[in-house]
Each structure stands twice: as C-alpha cells, then as structure tokens.
Design a protein around this ligand. Sequence first.
Ligand code: I22
Ligand code: ZN
Length: 197
Amino acid sequence: MDMTARISSHFDDAIDAMKASSGELAGPMSIAVDMLFGAIANNGRILACGNGGSAADAQHFIAELVGRFERDRLPLAGIALNTDTSILTAVGNDYGYDSIFERQINALGQPGDVLVAISTSGNSANILRSIEAAHDREMSVIALTGKGGGKITELLHETDIHLCVPHDRTMRIQEVHILVLHALCDGIDALLLGDSL
Ligand SMILES: O=C(CO)[C@@H](O)[C@H](O)[C@H](O)[C@H](O)COP(=O)(O)O
Ligand SMILES: [Zn+2]
C-alpha cells in the first residue's frame, strides 16, 4: 500500500468536498448568521448538541461564543448540551439515551433561542428528538448534516435552516462542519464588530 498516496487522497477529497459545500451552503449559512445574531440581539441563547465527533464540534462552537473567536468582544450566551456528564448519565440512565438532549431543551429552551443540531447521518434519535423539543419550545433550528440529511430533513420547518454537506463519508462531513461553525462565528463577529480583521 502506498500510504503517502492514501493520505494525499484525503486532502484531494477534502478540497473537493469543501468546494462543493461552498457552492451549496454559503447562501443558507449567511441566513444562519442572521438567525444567530437575531437571537443574541434579543437576549436569546444558542443551544448546540451532537454525538461523538459532532459533540466535540458542538462544544467547540459554544466555547467560541462564550469565550471568543478571533477578536475580543462580549461573551455570547451559548450552552453545549453534550458536556455535563452528570446530566448525560442521569438522563441517559433514567429516561434513555434518546432523551439526553430533549430533556435539557425542555428544561432550558425559550422561544427565540436557536438549536444548532449536528448529525452527519441526520438519523441519530437523540438529535431528532432535540429538534422536536426545540419546536415545542418555539425555538428555531439550524441543522448541520450530510448523507442527504436523513430523517432530519422531514422534521425541519420552513423557517429552520438545513446545512447538508454534499458528501457520504462521516469524516469529510465533519471536516466541513467545523469550517461551517467557524464561518458562523466569523459572521456573528463581523455583524457585532465590523468586517475588518
Ligand atoms: O467522529 C466520528 C467519526 O468520524 C464518530 O465519533 C461519530 O461522530 C459517531 O459515530 C456518532 O455517533 C455519529 O453520529 P451522527 O453523526 O450520525 O449523528
Ligand atoms: Zn470524527
């Protein structure tokens, strides 16, 4: 096996995935920035969740809101729903793993808040239930998916935003998702602080 060629093919495939995603997602991402900024401006909160690598992406995104992205600014209100091991083990143990995000949204979500739901397959049951709970709480949803969007596609409302990476491999989809989340942070900062860097 030519390992160098195998590794190079990851870079080539990632470049293709990024280019295809730029064409499909830049427009809806700009609407997502407006949605997030609107929630923040109205004292709303951003809740985010995902499983596995997408859990890491959710908490990475929220850290950049509460902490900072590239420039100093006020802290922004966000909560990653996959970080509190006591909540996750208690709710998972008592109500089931599918409820771990739904239960927190029912506890915390307010009308005008935004849920950022991340699932590469679009089919993880706890993410599907998080979206239903967000709708029940009159929250808007930004869904980051891939593989055609899975069951999430059917759950979303007209007013929600679906950022579906046009790729079928989980790792490629996750690589685009982290760019998407960074671009959303950059967009929020541009609206808050001006567009210079
Ligand atoms: O990061 C990876 C694979 O790259 C894994 O940890 C992956 O996130 C997990 O298998 C998740 O459970 C997949 O869930 P989802 O993206 O389909 O909702
Ligand atoms: Zn991964």
